[in-house]
Design a protein around this ligand. Structure first.
Ligand SMILES: [Zn+2]
Length: 268
């Protein structure tokens, strides 16, 4: 299995759109791995996770073709993950297709938003619920409840292809107990976990800072869900996290954690 980290930035990206924060200024000057578009990923070239406002740029930058995607999985409805206007380009009159080449999997709130926006469009939309696994092609996909939005069933996803197991956990604070219980059944080959707050913890509990990241990782290791061969990477970094890419690399290196960056392809 492989996952392409298309975007690894927080809601306003890095450099942040309207910010002179230290990390934003550093990114403007140094570019490279410090440029972080809004968080999104692509599994095996066909399972697209989230469709945010930077999707067009990410596709063009990495030489991708959106027509290859067979599934569009939404984690939650925050604007950095859910840009519903972009869906219109998948069908006639923007191209010749009468049906989209992908199935949309999304929580109830997003499904309602899509049906309101596109009442007559022939999208195939499947409602997801946390802890209710579903299959798509040869994949078993288990949405887990993220600790992120009290008013919405935000998801992290476990994706299994029958051989390898991936957990993609963008946008979550420390999970609630039902999610920990569900995670106990998995042995992960790859863990992608958010670290939005970096070195600058806030009172908001819907994201992880570096120390919370290590707490979560420690518990996953104790459970055996993460083991010595699991590849571990970060994503969803905010400029407010007060850490450049290299500063995050230096912090995480002793802990066996790699810092994600835009365009990184992880194979496992
Ligand atoms: Zn986000």
């Amino acid at each position: 299995m492989k996952i392409l980290l298309q975007g690894t930035g927080g809601a306003d990206g890095v450099p942040a759109f309207y910010s002179d924060s230290r990390v934003s200024e550093y990114a403007r000057q140094h570019r490279g791995k410090d440029i972080r578009t809004r968080t999104a990923a692509l599994v095996d070239g066909i399972l697209k996770i989230d469709l945010g406002p930077d999707t067009w740029h990410q596709v063009a930058r990495d030489g991708l073709d959106a027509r290859d995607w067979t599934a569009l999985l939404f984690t939650h409805s925050d604007a950095d993950h859910f840009a519903p206007d972009e869906l219109m380009y998948s069908l006639y009159p923007f191209n010749d297709m009468e049906f989209a080449g992908f199935t949309i999997y999304a929580n109830g709130y997003i499904c309602r938003r899509l049906i309101e926006k596109y009442p007559d469009w022939p999208f195939e939309i499947v409602m997801t619920q946390s802890f209710r696994p579903f299959t798509h092609g040869g994949y078993l996909i288990t949405p887990l409840h993220a600790h992120h939005k009290p008013d919405e069933d935000a998801h992290n996803f476990v994706i299994q292809d029958g051989d390898k197991n991936l957990l993609y956990g963008t946008d979550t604070g420390i999970w609630d107990e039902p999610t920990w219980e569900a995670l106990a059944q998995f042995r992960l080959d790859c863990l992608i976990l958010e670290c939005s707050e970096g070195m600058a913890a806030t009172a908001y509990d819907g994201h992880l800072d570096v120390n919370e990241f290590l707490m979560v990782l420690g518990r996953l290791r104790e459970m055996g869900t993460v083991h010595e061969k699991t590849k571990i990477l970060t994503t969803h970094h905010s400029h407010n996290g007060e850490a450049t890419h290299q500063e995050l690399v230096d912090f995480f290196a002793p802990h066996g954690v790699d810092v994600g960056y835009d365009g990184l392809l992880v194979e496992f």
